[in-house]
Design a protein. Structure first.
Length: 453
């Protein structure tokens, strides 16, 4: 078991450093539930014996002539997990607990995510958390949104707790495009070929309305603690300024690492761009954060982009499906509140990535060459600006009405100055992420530093 855990996708110490320490082990009738520690964080997992349910070989443990595999991918999971000491299972009154089938919805997540089907024919998503954060942001947000009746996120159909802490959610299964950027990408691809294409600005306006509804639902009048509005203080601004500085330093460190690697010599061009243009933009963004003093910070999504949504074309609706927060943040940073416009800036950056991809496909050129060409002029700029304007102003029309920002009409009048620091902050996060995991993509966020729209 320890050997399997030490190479599991969700175990962060695959190259050594820390060995899994099993702190709880329950075994009964071919079902095993474990809690594991790495000395700092807690993890949980369940396994069950049976025939191969169609999982790849690296997800199977040969066991007594059959296999042991992660139990969430088996229809018997709910009936077994509820028998574990300290575990409670709470289901919606109209949710049928008899599960007739279960299969992986994705194997690319560090969590176990499966599609369940009940005896009554309902489909639901089981999301079982491997890492148990000190505060489970997704659990808290989805439960809150369900209680508030927010229709653009999956309804909670069941909760699983162990020793009072959430370990899994059962969620409404939503259908549609798993990439909500698809209709925008298709429209831009056609527009690049012919400017006669009529733009569906209602689609981007809808995105703004959904985002506004999200922020209103997470920050109702009277909400306190994890949810609700709070006044932005000097220490908040100082913390955000420090984050900008920290990310700039990290980006330079990564550039320095690649400088000595022959295959990444081309990155020196983008270091020069970052050095000569990007750092100046970051400094301007830092100074603009001062404008936020006295406004409101709120519970926001934190990692809002088009791949975190489903778009259902039949309904014309966007659904936000992931609330785990921005990867790489500390627990304190994940639970901290930020200005609601920060989520809007993340969507702006998502449109940048989308339009870059469409332009690259249209031009037939490689990523680095396209990025260099875009420094001189962006053929998608007018398309993107029209959609972003539609999205942002529909968002502000709703959120200004309830004064969720704390600035009233002043934010609309000076929109670019309020938006820019968060577009820059998000682009810095993306540049750091790309340089760490996908260095060939780094030109996209570095280019994005230089433009708001």
């Amino acid at each position: 078991m320890r050997e399997y855990i030490s190479r599991a996708r969700w175990w962060p110490w695959k190259t050594g450093g820390r060995a899994p320490s099993i702190t709880k082990l329950v075994e009964k009738d071919g079902f095993i539930h474990v809690k594991v520690s790495d000395g700092e964080n807690q993890y949980q997992a369940s396994f069950i014996t049976g025939d191969n349910p169609g999982l790849p070989g690296d997800r199977l443990i040969p066991f007594k002539g059959g296999f042991l595999y992660e139990a969430e991918y088996d229809r018997r999971f709910l009936e077994n997990i509820r028998e574990v000491s300290g575990v409670t299972l709470e289901l919606a009154s109209d949710f049928d607990p008899a599960i007739t089938s279960a299969r992986p919805l994705t194997l690319d997540s560090t969590n176990a995510v499966s599609l369940l089907e009940t005896r009554s024919g309902e489909k639901a998503v089981l999301k079982s958390y491997r890492l148990l954060p000190k505060v489970n942001m997704e659990y808290m947000c989805l439960v809150k949104l369900s209680r508030e009746g927010f229709k653009n996120a999956p309804r909670v159909r069941g909760l699983i707790h162990e020793d009072g802490e959430p370990i899994a959610l059962i969620l409404q299964y939503l259908t549609g495009f798993n990439d909500a950027g698809r209709p925008f990408y298709e429209e831009l691809s056609s527009w690049l070929k012919s400017r006669d294409v009529r733009l569906n600005l209602g689609l981007s306006a809808k995105l703004g309305v959904v985002t506004a509804g999200l922020h209103e639902a997470l920050n109702k009048p009277g909400d306190k603690g994890f949810f609700g509005l709070e006044e932005i203080t000097d220490s908040d601004v100082s913390r955000w300024e420090e984050r900008l500085r920290r990310r700039v330093n990290f980006i330079y460190e990564k550039f320095d690492e690649y400088a000595g690697i022959k295959d990444y010599g081309w990155l020196s061009y983008w270091r020069d761009v970052f050095d000569k243009k990007g750092v100046e933009v970051v400094e301007e963004a830092r100074s603009l954060l001062e404008k936020y003093k006295g406004g409101f910070k709120a519970r926001i999504h934190q990692d809002l982009h088009l791949l975190q949504m489903i778009y259902n074309p039949g309904e014309g609706e966007f659904y936000i499906i992931d609330f785990e927060g921005e990867p790489g943040r500390s627990n304190d940073e994940k639970v901290g509140k930020e200005p609601p416009l920060r989520d809007v800036a993340s969507l702006v950056r998502s449109f940048h990535y989308l339009s870059f991809s469409a332009v690259m496909n249209w031009s037939g050129l490689g990523l680095d060459q396209v990025a260099r060409d875009l420094l001189g002029g962006d053929p998608a700029l007018q398309w993107r600006k029209r959609h972003l304007t539609s999205m942002i102003y529909s968002y502000l029309a709703d959120t200004t009405r309830v004064n969720i920002h704390g600035f009233g009409e002043k934010m609309i009048a000076g929109l670019d100055e309020y938006l820019k620091p968060w577009v820059v902050e998000r682009a810095l996060y993306e540049a750091a992420y790309e340089l760490m995991y996908r260095p060939s993509w780094a030109p996209i966020p570095i280019l994005g530093l230089l433009r708001v729209y």
